[in-house]
Write a protein of this length. Structure first.
Length: 284
């Protein structure tokens, strides 16, 4: 076709040869593949520190560092590195909702979350230490996405969740609403008593509806993908050290798409700067 285009129009040639004109135009405009080796090397280096970043979050991360890269180029790098496929997930039951304790309604429906300490979301996830499971209880401030309390144990019991709550409350702040699931760990008298003593409202997701505790579920997924699955813990202390380091990075270095690609600490500090009086503490 290239030899004949000087004598005949492209339209006529396409009609005779039975080729769509749009195909010829696309082929003529096709550019040589770009050399993305430098970008690939940079992405691999950044993934050593931020292993769970998808190409969109990596785009924002590089931009914060003053590195210019298009989303299209980043997506091609991730595709070449085979990082676009989702991993199959295994699940271990961490919620026992068959218990005698009272159930509380979900206060999160249609709630507008506008400030720190308005809602803390709680949940328990699991990790493997050699041949057995351990359990991690987490408390997150929903507005800032900060992890405000955590505890690790070989037993998934009340002591685990109470320990995480006490860590969070020891920082001198407490939420208006505590939101968790219907599990016995969060419904038991010992846990509820501590919340009521602080005047904290109690909110619970419905049975069989983990999406109603979506903030905490998303946090669990992040810590699994970016720390737990990469860890090779020898014992509980080794796991505790790794998780503590991850939580520090999560709060102070990891950017979150849900808070405009900022870190939880940045969101908290910006809010406190704009609202110098802060949110009234509910601690007694």
């Amino acid at each position: 076709m290239k030899r004949l285009t000087g004598e005949y129009s492209k339209s006529a040639l396409c009609r005779v040869l039975g080729v769509a004109r749009s195909t010829v135009c696309r082929a003529s405009k096709k550019r040589p593949a770009r050399d993305l080796s430098d970008l690939k090397e940079r992405v691999l280096n950044e993934l050593c520190v931020c292993p769970g970043y998808g190409f969109r979050r990596m785009h924002a991360h590089l931009k914060r560092k003053g590195i210019s890269a298009s989303r299209g180029d980043l997506r091609n790098v991730y595709k070449e590195l085979n990082l676009l496929k989702r991993r199959a997930r295994t699940r271990v039951q961490t919620t026992n909702s068959k218990h005698k304790y009272p159930r509380h309604p979900n206060l999160m429906h249609s709630l507008s979350i506008e400030r720190p300490d308005q809602v803390w979301a709680a949940d328990v996830t699991y990790l493997k230490i050699l041949t057995r499971y351990a359990y991690l209880a987490l408390l997150m401030d929903v507005f800032t996405r900060r992890i405000v309390g955590w505890a690790l144990s070989l037993a998934n019991d009340t002591a685990l969740t109470v320990s995480a709550l006490e860590v969070a409350l020891s920082l001198g702040r407490s939420p208006e609403i505590h939101h968790g699931d219907l599990g016995a760990n969060y419904s038991c008298n010992d846990y509820i008593k501590r919340l009521k003593a602080r005047g904290i409202q109690i909110s619970m997701a419905a049975a069989g509806a983990p999406y109603e505790n979506g903030y905490a579920e998303r946090l669990n997924r992040t810590i699994k993908e970016e720390e737990i699955r990469l860890g090779d813990y020898r014992d509980l202390q080794d796991a505790s050290t790794g998780i503590e380091a991850f939580i520090a990075r999560y709060n102070h270095e990891r950017i979150h798409s849900s808070i405009s690609y900022r870190t939880p600490s940045e969101v908290f500090e910006e809010w406190m700067t704009k609202n110098t009086r802060g949110t009234p503490s509910h601690s007694t």
